[in-house]
Design a protein around this ligand. Structure first.
Ligand code: B3K
Ligand code: ZN
Length: 896
């Protein structure tokens, strides 16, 4: 058990730093085993007097400290494991610190570390303090001058933020490179990379005609896999110019791929470090989904250059200021890229596909977070370890909160609000309030009598609101009355604060429309406006709207485009849902209706003893699926979404108590039933969506064909019929791309007998063993297979290619098994295995360990016997956890 208690940091305790540090000079004598860092800066007091300069540092050795040129001995300052305190009396004090760190020993991958013999840094949120003592907080912004010195053969390339000022060979065989970043920045955006890399580059002109150099660096030998990344970077640059009017402010923009990386990527100013999984792509080894993900992550980091770097966060409670906004920008970028070149109807469908994918992510990751002990507002009130707060709430719900502002303001006013935000705050470290103030200034100016005051509560209240829908139609008056009630119960740690004021209603934008019983859109009147679609602003606990000129009992199409991150309580008959699934003109709404039918069928199936498919909701699903399969007006990508069954993880969020094994069994039953009953249609789709022999292209249309074809394959294979498995085997043998190979391999591994699947797994491994990202896939397919139990997983961990030290590898096997193998993990031995892996990872990489610990943090929602078994596993974890990261998760999980 960890005995050291981590203090809770509270949002209201923030105080401005007592010093200004306008410039910092760093000299790093690079060496994988022992790097020496000389840090020099002038600390200027903001207020005259005596002040203690507090500098954070972790796992560093102090070689010397000089103040105003004088060497200070240990009696003049204080030093503990976290902080160097230097009492100062002069207004300006020159500080020089010489320190040492050990990159090769750094398995946490925060600070300066070694990956594949090369040096990388990760400083956000608090990694800079593992490189040198410094005011490691985002509101201290300085201009950096960085001198890198290192062995010329070991580190032929030495990169840092900004511009390369000079290089020179030193007499001792080392070389030196000096970098200067003209923009003041917080320490979390500092970066260094050193080693030997391939580079792909391109010079492009920005909107105003400035030439800039774009570069993508990768491990030697991977240079042929960076074309898509460089193209994606250029597309990001263009999109930010066109949609947001934001131009690249640097002469040089570098991306470097690292094999070992805790997250997806990092937006360090001018020198992004990326997980190689989000850089490297080629047709043989990269799936369609990965091509899209690479484009999205490159966009995300690029967009941070304005929303994050030019305007940054005052403190880490404001994390969603940059992350929510940047995820929103990334989502819009991806949607615009999918819709590029399409006519307006096709573009709307393409964008709906993106919205559906984003909403699925939100529901699985964020709605479940809201149910658990880590539930927090997008601007949290407190934390113990900030690394634990890079959550679905900060990112995905944060993006939803920005999206709602976009919906309320409209594109033009939203862009005007963004412009105002930069006008006010460029170059500053600010708060979420500053952002919404800028938005509100435009909103209240253009909507007299209105403001965003109620809307701001989204920043302070945690939880997924529920909205209950009540409908009333009066044929005599031709009036339709819609009543909505919102409910915002206390969640997570809010429940522990018994003095807290009751939560207040939020402003919830609700996009809706009405259909007649034939499924046609109805044009009706509300407050003098005659329209097919309305945006209702629900800002009271209960509110009603009366629509006029409604000729017959209408069908409500609610929450179109998922206009707010809420849970709807709406009793709808199977007939109504079927009608919406057939006719809703809103593509998102149509998908939602079909999914709702599937959810109802799956929940019903999971609670019936015999899993009998002889129930009305299952019949409704079969009917709708049958019609959709014959509808050739819908895009293949959209069909692939609407015909997929909701995941067990999504279904769990709708159950209390949660019965994942029953849900997994129900899902399998329905999959097999649909596969069998509609076998001919699946078979036809499988054939219709084969692409003619041509080189692979990741474009959205081709990817849509592959997605639908592979969904058909999956439904057929689930029946485990000889002919379906033969189809998968033939597909595997003939595939010319990773999407098709993996889909076939997955079908074989999930549904064929091991004697059949093992040779395929062996072939796959033999072919791709030298490509780490593909080996990750090989582990993942097996980790998620219903045929892989804990014993089989332990055997896989013995494979020579497995290591816990590489986050991608740990995620591909351990995380996939714990989070996505519902049939095998929810057993006592599954939970024991999970706890064991959390402990093993905790000793190496606390940030990753804490993420794994969160896999079951909502243990109390499980039915027995899972609940008890998980509780036991948590108690064991509590005994053994070492890091502040894991300790916070366990503490919160047990304190419910
Ligand atoms: N800003 C980084 C987060 C890195 C945090 C690592 N502990 C990634 C991103 O959101 O772009
Ligand atoms: Zn981000």
């Amino acid at each position: 058990m960890r005995t050291e208690i981590s203090p809770t940091i509270n949002r209201h305790d923030w105080k401005a730093f007592a010093f200004h540090i306008p410039d910092i000079s760093l000299t790093l004598e690079l060496d994988n085993d022992l790097t020496t860092v000389t840090t020099q800066f002038t600390a200027t007091m903001l207020h005259e007097g005596q002040h203690v300069l507090e500098l954070q540092g972790e796992e560093l050795t102090l070689v010397s400290l000089k103040v105003n040129g004088q060497l200070w001995d240990a009696s003049r300052y204080s030093l503990d494991a976290q902080m160097l305190r230097i009492p100062l009396e002069t207004t300006d004090s020159q500080i020089e610190i010489i320190s040492q760190c050990s990159p090769a020993q750094n398995s946490a991958l925060m600070g300066l570390y070694v990956s594949n013999q090369q040096l990388f840094t990760q400083c956000e949120p608090e990694g800079f303090r593992r490189i040198t003592w410094f005011a490691d907080r985002p509101d201290v912004m300085s201009r950096y001058r960085v001198t890198l010195i290192g062995d010329a053969t070991r580190y032929p390339l030495m990169l840092s933020n900004g511009n390369l000022i000079a290089t020179k060979q030193l007499p001792d065989g080392r070389q030196q490179a000096i970098w200067e970043d003209p923009f003041p920045k917080p320490s979390y955006l500092f970066a260094v990379v050193a080693g030997n890399f391939d580079c792909r580059e391109k010079r492009v002109n920005t909107l105003s005609g400035r030439e800039v150099l774009l570069q993508v660096y990768s491990d030697l030998g991977d240079g042929d896999k960076t074309e898509w990344a460089l193209e994606s970077l250029e597309r990001s640059l263009r999109w930010d110019e066109q949609r947001f009017g934001l131009e690249l402010d640097l002469d040089r923009y570098m991306i470097v791929a690292a094999r070992d990386f805790n997250m997806g990527a990092m937006e360090n100013k001018g020198l992004n470090v990326f997980n190689s999984a989000y850089v490297l792509a080629d047709p043989q080894t990269t799936t369609d989904a990965s091509y899209r993900d690479i484009e999205a992550v490159i966009g995300h980091e690029y967009f941070h250059n304005w929303t994050g770097n030019r305007v940054t966060c005052r403190d880490w409670f404001q994390l969603s200021l940059k992350e929510g906004l940047t995820v929103f920008r990334e989502q819009e970028f991806s949607a615009d890229m999918l819709a590029d070149g399409l006519d307006s109807a096709e573009a709307a469908s393409a964008k709906a596909v993106k919205r559906i994918d984003d909403v699925c992510t939100l529901r699985v990751a964020q709605f479940s977070e809201d149910r658990g002990p880590m539930a927090h507002p997008i601007r949290p009130e407190s934390y113990e370890e900030i690394s634990n707060f890079y959550t679905a709430t900060i990112y995905e719900k944060g993006a939803e909160v920005i999206r709602m502002q976009h919906t309320l303001l409209g594109e033009a006013d939203f862009q005007a609000g963004i412009k105002e935000y930069f006008r006010r705050h460029d170059g500053q470290a600010v708060t979420c309030d500053d952002f919404i103030d800028a938005m509100d200034s435009v909103y209240s100016r253009n909507n007299p009598g209105k403001n965003l005051n109620t809307f701001r509560r989204w920043y302070q209240q945690a939880g997924t609101p529920t909205v209950t829908v009540q409908e009333q139609y009066d044929a005599a008056t031709r009036q339709y009355r819609l009543t909505l009630r919102q409910h915002n119960p206390a969640v997570g740690i809010e429940r522990l604060n018994t003095n807290a004021a009751p939560k207040q209603p939020l402003l919830i934008p609700i996009k809706m429309g009405l259909l007649n019983q034939q499924g046609q859109p109805l044009r009706v009147e509300l407050n003098g406006e005659h329209q097919h679609e309305f945006l209702l602003e629900l800002d009271q606990a209960e509110q009603s709207w009366t629509f006029n000129h409604v000729d017959s009992q209408p069908v409500l199409s609610m929450l179109r485009d998922f206009s707010a991150p809420v849970q709807l309580h709406h009793e709808q008959s199977l007939d109504t849902l079927q009608l919406l699934a057939r006719f809703d003109s809103n593509s998102f709404g149509r998908w939602e209706a079909a999914q709702q039918l599937a959810r109802m069928a799956l929940l019903a199936l999971s609670s019936s003893e015999q899993h009998s498919v002889d129930i009305a909701s299952v019949q409704a699903v079969v009917q709708v699926w049958e019609e959709l399969l014959q509808d050739h007006s819908l895009s293949p990508a959209y069909l692939a979404r609407i015909l997929s069954l909701p995941s067990v993880r999504e279904l769990q969020t709708l159950q209390d108590p949660m019965r994942p094994l029953d849900l997994a069994a129900a899902r399998h039953t329905l999959q097999v039933h649909l596969g069998t009953r509609l076998a001919t249609l699946w078979q036809q789709r499988y054939e219709q969506h084969q692409l003619p022999a041509q080189p692979y292209s990741p474009d959205a249309l081709s990817a849509g064909h592959r997605a639908l074809k592979n969904l058909a394959l999956h439904y057929l294979a689930a029946t485990a019929s000889y002919s379906a498995l033969a189809l998968a085997e033939t597909q595997y043998d003939n595939a010319n791309n990773m999407t098709d190979s993996l889909a076939a391999l997955q079908a074989i591994v999930y549904y064929a007998k091991p004697a059949v699947s093992q040779p395929y797994l062996d072939r796959f491994y033999a072919q791709w063993q030298h490509n780490p990202l593909v080996v990750d896939r090989w582990f993942s397919v097996q980790a998620c297979s219903p045929q892989t139990d804990v014993a089989a997983l332990r055997t896989l961990m013995q494979h020579p290619a497995f290591t816990l030290r590489n986050p991608n590898r740990a995620r591909s096997l351990i995380f996939q098994f714990c989070m996505n193998n519902s049939t095998s993990i929810h057993r006592p031995e599954g939970y024991e295995f999970w706890a064991e892996q959390v402990i093993a990872l905790d000793a190496l990489n606390p940030e990753i360990a804490a993420r794994l610990a969160r896999a079951f943090d909502n243990w109390a929602h499980y039915a027995e016997p899972q609940r008890h078994a998980l509780h036991t596993a948590f108690l064991r974890l509590q005994e053994q956890a070492q890091s502040a990261n894991v300790t916070e998760i366990i503490g919160k999980a047990l304190n419910i």
